[in-house]
Unconditional design. Sequence first.
Length: 127
Amino acid sequence: MDNWNARKISKSGVRTHRIQRLNLINKRIFFEEENRFIKMKVSAKGLKTIKKYGLAYCIKKFNLDFSKKKYDAGYSSRRRKKKTQELNQTNSERTNVTNENTQQSVEEVDKIMDKLNLDDKKIHKDL
């Protein structure tokens, strides 16, 4: 992919060969269709293409396979925040349910005690 025919021309006009290399960048790009990040080494021109057409189009056009583990760069931090918020909500709902259950059980115990008519005074008189 490198250009081996490039030449460097000095002020005196001496021509020397030099290699023109690609402008490669290690990039972490968000893949919207799968809702995750992908890490890849991409050229500046390829990055412009991705910005113009979108990552899904480029994957389809160039037959790329990003299902491998080495391309995975994790999920969005926003997604992580959303998940923790959901977990906190479910935990708070569970605590509310348990509080209601304990209140109901206390009320049931009070009703049973009232039905039995067990007073401390009566018990002590019998003894």
